[in-house]
Ligand binder design. Structure first.
Ligand code: ADP
Length: 705
């Protein structure tokens, strides 16, 4: 292959090569001569004869070889010398027509050197050829033969475009003008041979073949880079079409390249726009170090993490990034590359789902009912956080267990579940259940079906409410209505009794005066006494039964306690309860509603009576009234069992009772408390060291008027 060489000094290259070859040959000859001489000097002929049998032929062999080599070297030297002379002749007679003999010699030399040249270019792996300007292939190497699947002889002399479809003649001719100017071109060419549909890619170097400073042809050397090119193409295609963002950046986080997906996710119109950004402009949080950057000492391989980048409009784009750093051979961090999966929407959705979940959780928590879900295998799959309040057990104690075998269950609840599974759309039931602490409760459950995503019945949702208090309240309402009716009736009866009693008292007074004997007077006195007692009871009954008039008056607490005791004296007597009632003389008045105060005292007396009767057959109720500073107090001390310390804090709670159903409503003490509060007073309970309980009511003394 001839290089383009307009420079005339290059014409001397051939003789110089020949000279080098010649001197090299001579060096070989000299070396062998010296070796030969040394051999002969070392082994004299006589001694050679004296050598053992097997070494003799060897020495002769060395001698023959040396002679042959000398002959060959002489021949080559002659050849080279001749060529040298010829070329020198040619150089000396540039422009003059060569002689016939010179031309023969030259042809012979060229044929020989062409053979050598062919061997040389065949040994090259790359495709090499020489083409004249009219497109005739002057020479090709073995690789070209392989590519067009034809022998050398079938290619040389043929036109280039007989074998090649691409590049087209037109495109080659278009580039030729410029090539002729530059005489050199290098680049990647897509080539499609006629015998092969698959396009190949060659990294080509084209040099002009110059004769007499005129371009006569082109030498082409092409390296097949199809595989690499296809890889690059595939990579580029992937980079460009990837739905996920992909980028290359400097270690400092400045983008070197970004694929179209990343450009559009970040809201930019062109790649150039995004590549011009400062690393910190990509940060959603500019206070942080560049988010795409990576420390040089970070050799952690692939790094997966979640990052936020700033979009053009200033909003955040959240990505799942997997990236790696690239180092050069010297161990310097040169690049940082990664893919970015846009998870902004996913994160938004996750946040929404979490919010909905939180809303659902809070809704269920704030819901007064316990919500339970039972699957088709009759097992609990969900229990809201109210489970502990309502059933007195944890959700762990419920989940996965059968509805019939768990805390707070009842045959009614199981039947309700089965009814709903059997097709009843919405059902409810009331049932009695036992809490984890053993206390009884009344429950109301409502159940409805629930379906899975395929609209298949998946289980039952049950909402359970503890209606124990409601039930008690209902009872209380019934009882107070009964009491009100009774009060009205007692009022009527008392009123009716009052008239006959007044007559009896009047007549007995008259009788008293007219009696002459002592015994008759005594009997009339008894009649009068009992009639008065009856009148007093009736009077107290009227007082109790009269509907309370709102508003407070100045009252004597001692009188009210006494009146209450009188009303309740029969029961106390019947229950063997002795009342020990001491009131401090001259107690100040208090401002209060006598009916409400009477109700309070009656309740405290009733509680004491019941407590004593629970423990024993008889007992004593000590009632004391006194003053402390500006207050008047009344204490009710019984010798019953006292109040267990564990419940002392709860006894004033509404509906709190330890009494069996029908005997207590749990409202007495809570009413006491609210009435006392309304009177600016207090009511307190304590246990007495020797046993029994004491309730103390304190009220502010009324101003003396
Ligand atoms: P009820 O009497 O209907 O139970 P109360 O509110 O009057 O409702 O009383 C609440 C509870 O306080 C009673 O159930 C009882 O356990 C306790 N208690 C009240 N008075 C006494 C007392 N004198 N001795 C012991 N326990 C009492």
């Amino acid at each position: 292959m001839t290089q383009s060489s307009p420079d005339s000094s290059r014409r001397f290259r051939a003789p110089r090569n020949l000279e080098r070859e010649e001197s090299q040959l001579w060096r070989w000859i000299l070396l062998f001569m010296v070796l030969l001489a040394a051999g002969f000097a070392a082994l004299a002929w006589e001694r050679l004869e004296a050598l053992p049998y097997h070494l003799g032929p060897m020495a002769v062999g060395v001698l023959v070889l040396s002679v042959l080599l000398a002959v060959y070297a002489y021949g080559r030297r002659k050849e080279v010398g001749a060529l040298k002379l010829l070329l020198q002749d040619l150089q000396e007679h540039v422009g003059a027509a060569p002689s016939e003999e010179q031309l023969d010699q030259l042809n012979e030399m060229i044929a020989r050197s062409q053979r050598n040249f062919k061997e040389l270019i065949d040994s090259i792996d790359d495709a090499a050829c020489a083409v004249s300007l009219d497109g005739t292939l002057r020479t090709v190497n073995k690789r070209v033969s392989e590519l067009v699947s034809l022998p050398y002889t079938a290619i040389v002399g043929q036109k280039f475009f007989e074998f090649v479809e691409e590049p087209t003649r037109a495109s080659v001719e278009a580039g030729l003008v410029r090539f002729l100017e530059k005489r050199h071109w290098a680049g990647t060419v897509r080539v499609r041979f006629k015998n092969n549909a698959r396009p190949l890619y060659f990294d080509c170097v084209l040099n002009a073949i110059v004769k007499s400073d005129e371009v006569v042809g082109v030498s082409v050397l092409g390296r097949d880079v199809t595989e690499q090119h296809e890889k690059e193409l595939r990579f580029t295609e992937l980079f460009e079409t990837l739905q996920e963002g992909a980028y290359f950046s400097t270690p400092e986080g400045r983008l070197l390249d970004a694929n179209p997906a990343l450009v559009s996710i970040l809201g930019y119109a062109t790649k150039a726009e995004i590549l011009a950004l400062d690393p910190l402009q990509l940060n959603f949080d500019p206070a942080e170090s560049p988010v795409l950057g990576r420390a040089a000492d970070d050799r952690g391989g692939v790094r997966a993490r979640e990052i936020s980048l700033r979009k053009k409009d200033g909003s955040a784009a959240v990505f799942m990034e997997s990236s790696r750093a690239v180092w050069d051979e010297a161990g310097k961090l040169i690049r940082y590359q990664g893919t970015l999966v846009d998870v902004t929407e996913r994160r938004k959705l996750e946040r929404q789902v979490a919010q909905q979940e939180e809303f659902r959780r809070r809704l269920l928590e704030s819901f007064p009912d316990l919500i339970l879900v039972v699957d088709m295998e009759e097992r609990y799959t969900f229990a809201s956080s109210r489970v502990e309040d309502v059933l007195g057990c944890t959700s762990e104690g419920l989940l996965g267990k059968k509805i019939s075998e768990t805390q707070g269950s009842s045959p009614e609840l199981v039947a309700l579940y089965r009814d709903v599974v059997a097709g009843k759309v919405f059902e409810s039931a009331e049932y009695g259940a036992r809490r984890g602490d053993g206390s009884g409760q009344t429950m109301r459950a409502s159940a409805s079906q629930f379906f899975d995503a395929d609209n298949k019945l998946a289980g039952v949702i049950i909402s359970v409410r503890d209606i124990t208090r409601e039930k008690k309240f209902e009872q209380q309402v019934v009882q107070s209505e009964r009491l009100a009716a009774m009060g009205a009736m007692i009022g009527g009866v008392a009123h009716e009794l009052n008239n006959p009693l007044t007559s009896i008292l009047g007549v007995s007074d008259l009788l008293q005066d007219s009696q002459t004997t002592d015994s008759a007077r005594k009997q009339v006195a008894i009649l009068q006494q009992q009639a008065r007692r009856a009148a007093e009871i009736v009077h107290n009954l009227t007082y109790f039964a009269t509907p309370p008039t709102p508003g407070k008056t100045r009252v004597n607490l001692g009188d009210i306690v006494e009146r209450t005791l009188n009303l309740h004296s029969y029961s106390l007597r019947k229950n063997n309860i002795t009342v020990d009632f001491i009131r401090e003389p001259g107690l100040p008045y208090v401002q209060g509603d006598p009916h409400q105060l009477m109700q309070i005292f009656l309740n405290l007396i009733l509680n004491a009576e019941q407590a004593i009767r629970e423990a024993r057959e008889k007992g004593t109720l000590r009632i004391r009234l006194g003053t402390a500073g500006q207050s008047v107090w009344a204490s009710f001390l019984d010798d019953g069992p006292g109040i267990p310390a564990a419940i002392l804090a709860s006894i004033f709670d509404p509906f709190y009772t330890t009494k069996r159903p029908g005997r207590g409503t749990g409202l007495g003490l809570s009413i006491c408390k609210s009435v006392m509060k309304e009177h600016n007073g207090t009511v307190e309970a304590a246990n007495v060291p020797g046993g029994g309980a004491v309730f103390t009511v304190t009220l502010p003394a009324a101003a003396t008027s």
